[in-house]
Design a protein around this ligand. Structure first.
Ligand SMILES: NC(=O)c1ccc[n+]([C@@H]2O[C@H](COP(=O)([O-])OP(=O)(O)OC[C@H]3O[C@@H](n4cnc5c(N)ncnc54)[C@H](OP(=O)(O)O)[C@@H]3O)[C@@H](O)[C@H]2O)c1
Length: 263
């Protein structure tokens, strides 16, 4: 049986939600460099989407490949929009092999100012829409012929916050990430056994993306003292971990922490 070696995406289509920035964008670029089609969710900012598509296409060009690079609208606010997104993926590429899901919000707020509305918003975006992405992706994947061993793969981007909670101000985000970690443990067996889809979770620690620009320097310096290499990881480093989970057939139901030995 043919087994894909690391980072060989030939003949495949990958969807990266949250692929217009940060870890998602780095993952989409690396997949484009690894030779095949990638569809990302459009940012709600048109300019950001355009820039992302340019960067992913540039990555493909560097690999001398003329591949499909597209950004499609996706509102993690409404069930129909998620369905329409996946229907459009099927229409455009006629297949879906890999899903990397990382859409999230974390409106850090003083605990006493947190409201039910805020908690519901965070859980809808980070948890309910993860469920919907899984459901819609599975519906496409399960209808395709198997080419490789455990042909289809899904990686959920969770967080170390889901276990080592960071602070009371990010309680809704941390709890939502714990829910996503649980989702990997819950669904993997059915997805793997009944649909040949491997599901894994990546837990990033401190990563140099926009979300961390607002962390005060003093707090960040103290945090970096707890990391083995005294720095944040780059989004590309996380992307490489994600690609390993997409391409290695023996990986299923793994929680993979990438936190630089944070203690
Ligand atoms: N960076 C870190 O240190 C770190 C650490 C641990 C875990 N993580 C996890 O890694 C993943 C990626 O993080 P990142 O920092 O790379 O993220 P990012 O650059 O902020 O990307 C987040 C993406 O989610 C999209 N999004 C949010 N709400 C949406 C909605 N309602 N509808 C459609 N799209 C929506 C954003 O689109 P817009 O452009 O429209 O806002 C953006 O594309 C997240 O799951 C995060 O929890 C990150």
């Amino acid at each position: 049986m043919k087994q894909r070696i690391n980072f060989d995406f030939s003949g495949t289509t990958t969807v990266v939600t949250g692929g217009s920035s940060g870890i998602g964008l780095a993952t989409a670029e690396l997949i484009a460099k690894s030779w095949w089609d990638v569809i990302v969710t459009a940012s709600r900012s048109e300019e950001k989407t355009q820039k992302a598509v340019e960067n992913i296409s540039k990555a493909a060009n560097e690999a001398w490949k003329n591949i499909l690079v597209k950004a499609l609208p996706y509102k993690a606010e409404d069930e129909i929009s998620v369905k329409e997104f996946f229907n459009e993926v099927k229409k455009i590429s006629n297949r879906l092999d890999f899903l990397v899901h990382g859409i999230w919000i974390s409106p850090d707020t003083d605990f006493d100012k947190q409201t039910a509305t805020l908690w519901n918003q965070v859980f809808a975006t980070n948890v309910t829409w993860t469920f919907l992405a899984l459901k819609n992706a599975k519906d496409i994947m399960k209808t395709q012929d198997i080419i490789d061993e455990v042909r289809w793969r899904i990686v959920l981007i969770t967080s170390t916050n889901g276990v080592d909670s960071y602070g009371i101000f990010s309680a809704p985000y941390d709890a939502s990430k714990a829910a996503m970690i649980n989702m990997v443990r819950n669904i993997w067996e059915d997805f793997h056994k009944n649909h040949q889809i491997a599901v894994n979770g990546i837990w990033p620690g401190w990563i140099a993306t926009e979300m961390n620009n607002s962390v005060p320097a003093e707090e960040m310096n103290a945090e970096m003292e707890k990391v083995w290499s005294k720095r944040m990881a780059t989004p590309e480093e996380i992307a490489k971990n994600i690609l390993a989970y997409l391409t290695l057939p023996y990986n299923s139901w793994r929680d993979h922490m990438v936190d630089g030995g944070y203690r």
